[in-house]
Design a protein around this ligand. Sequence first.
Ligand code: ATP
Length: 340
Amino acid sequence: MAELTLEGVSVSYGDAVALSDVHLDVADGEFFTLVGPSGCGKTTTLRSIAGFETPDTGELRFGGREMTGVPPEERDVGVVFQNYALFPHMSVAENIGYGLRFHPVDDPEARVAELLSLVDLDGFGDRDPTELSGGQQQRVSLARALAPEPDVLLLDEPMSALDARLREELRREVRRIQTDLGITTVYVTHDQEEALAVSDRVAVMHDGRVEQVGTPREVYHEPASRFVASFVGENNLFDGERVDGGVRVDGTTFTVDGLDAAGRDTGGHATLCVRPEHLRRDAAENRFALTVEQSEFLGEATRVHCDWDGRTVVWRTDRRVPERGAAVTLGFAPEHGRLL
Ligand code: ATP
């Protein structure tokens, strides 16, 4: 079993707190992603799992086995970094074979051929890494990490040096390989769209802490905090006062469903979240008047920045958009409003 547990893990560099009391449970065979802005502690978490970093406090277990003090080469983890880190003086096959140095197998050549096939690089074994594209080099890094059949695969921003199209292609490939092998995987990215697209579950990190853990749908539709609501996808956030059935933002009252979960007393402060795609001109409820300020044509939709009494509101629509300066009335269904 290769489930992974972090319990109260903290890491500081001098006065700087990189990780603060991080708790995570990654299930056996799960594709688990750490996502958050630069400096939130993703890499430090990954380095702690790999054994390159020793936490100041907390426990880290693989399949119930305490890992404190176990050196990286004895942890059965494969790591792929952002910068391919291939050896330029070795062929592709030798690079992959290097992954077997601590884990000898009976027939290393057959194992390397098997891995080349797994990452769709049959016939590339004799090439120099410098003769490969960025995406191909990253496939070689992945094959090298997988060569010793690790229990856990750790991927630190493996796509960030690639262009958008190649990134999408490679992430599908990584997900396919991960699913085929059933290997427990922790993936690091700052790209929330990528995190939602590939993961079984994600942990949204901020300032060295885990803000929310959930499936992509949960963190998107049920953000647990203001930070998650604004980091994962786009959201309009309005601060107001909790009233019966909803929230009052200045003079406008909005009704929202599912208020029990918000656990706020009437009269208290509440933040209303509404996704840009849930704002509609033909909505029957929660209507408010805005002014169109700027439109960005995105192909499948248009993102429209509007002004609502000094607040910027983002609206997304696949219909015709009124001109700049035009008045527009938008609304949303109570089921699409969420209170934080
Ligand atoms: P990025 O996406 O930019 O790689 P990250 O989320 O991976 O960021 P970490 O690299 O884990 O973040 O860094 C977390 C915090 O710890 C940051 O504030 C960073 O400046 C700090 N930090 C990381 N490594 C060191 C170090 N060796 N010495 C001092 N501070 C460090």
